[in-house]
Design a protein around this ligand. Structure first.
Ligand code: PZK
Length: 297
């Protein structure tokens, strides 16, 4: 599918197009990345699951923070996109163009990944001292704001202190970014926990709307922007199984793949099991049928 729009940005698994001066089109693909490599085999409906989850979360968060969504109804898209309606339906969003803040806004309620690495090296994450004795997966005494700056393509974002954020965006915006990020994490974690899912951490993209109001962009509280863990198998002291990707990771680990691109094609049963996990995540979190989402999209 080649859209008649300028491609503004291309992530590993999604694309962002310019519609006009005020609007963008965010398109989620069915591609899956594992161990930082995009695999050659797509997971059917993954883009729709992530889009459906984002749309649902925007609704749950609206009293905390405004978002960039204009519409996900393809019949309301600009007429030049009408020929592409079938390939955009369910997996795209027409968004307001924001002035994105040059900071990745991350909240963590549990210690793992890059946060754990920094803690092991320094006893702190983003300048926030943490208690001794924490291990992989430990729940933090309270959720923390661990901002990072966007690294060049291919590199990982670099954790920075709150003071470094203040130096870039000013104290009042920095405080707002932290307040909003922690509020979104708390809301997300509490809704997910009620459905048997732990939200370990989440990454938000915030930008200013034309009136200067901080607004939620991108996708939100999806398995690609957050770590979801099944509460039933939570056991700190070891890496936690991923809610969505564990089946793929286990298969890839057993396959002997050396984690360099391109990854191997996935067998049919791994594709089907992984699709089922994404659909299950959508249904558990939203309490609604994914089939209904697709039918109504
Ligand atoms: C924007 N990204 C990240 C997302 C990519 C890269 N509403 C907005 N206004 C202005 N900029 C952005 C958004 C949003 N969302 C988001 N980069 C810019 C991103 C998807 C695919 F390649």
């Amino acid at each position: 599918m080649t859209l008649p729009l300028r491609l503004l940005a291309r992530g590993k698994v999604r694309e962002l197009y310019e519609v006009d001066d005020e609007h963008l089109l965010l398109v989620a693909s069915d591609r899956l990345s594992a161990y930082d490599v995009v695999l050659p085999t797509a997971i059917p409906d993954k883009g729709a699951v992530l889009t459906g989850l984002s749309l649902w979360w925007f609704g749950q968060l609206r009293d905390l923070v405004p978002d960039h969504l204009v519409t996900a109804d393809v019949s309301e898209y600009p007429v030049e996109l009408a020929p592409y309606a079938d390939s955009l339906r369910g997996r795209s969003m027409l968004c307001r163009r924001l002035q994105m803040q040059p900071v990745e806004c991350v909240a963590r309620g549990y210690l793992t990944g890059g946060g754990l690495k920094e803690y092991r090296e320094t006893g702190a994450v983003c300048g926030l001292a943490l208690p001794d004795g924490l291990e992989d997966g430990s729940r933090l005494p309270q959720p923390i704001f661990t901002p990072s700056t966007k690294a060049a393509v291919g590199a990982h974002d670099e954790n920075v202190s709150f003071e470094a954020v203040t130096a870039v965006v000013g104290a009042s915006v920095a405080e707002e970014l932290r307040r909003i990020t922690l509020a979104v994490y708390e809301r997300g974690a509490s809704l997910a926990a009620a459905r048997g899912i732990l939200l370990a951490d989440t990454k938000l993209e915030l930008g200013l709307d034309p009136a200067g109001v901080l607004t939620l962009g991108d996708e939100v509280l999806t398995p690609d922007s957050s770590r979801f863990w099944p509460a039933s198998s939570y056991e700190p002291g070891r890496p936690q199984p991923s809610y969505d990707k564990q089946y793929v990771r286990d298969w890839l680990s057993a396959s002997g793949w050396d984690r360099t691109a391109p990854g191997p094609e996935l067998p049919q049963d791994v594709v089907e099991q992984t699709r089922a996990r994404y659909v299950e995540a959508y249904e558990r979190i939203t309490g609604s049928s994914f089939e209904d989402y697709l039918r109504d999209a």
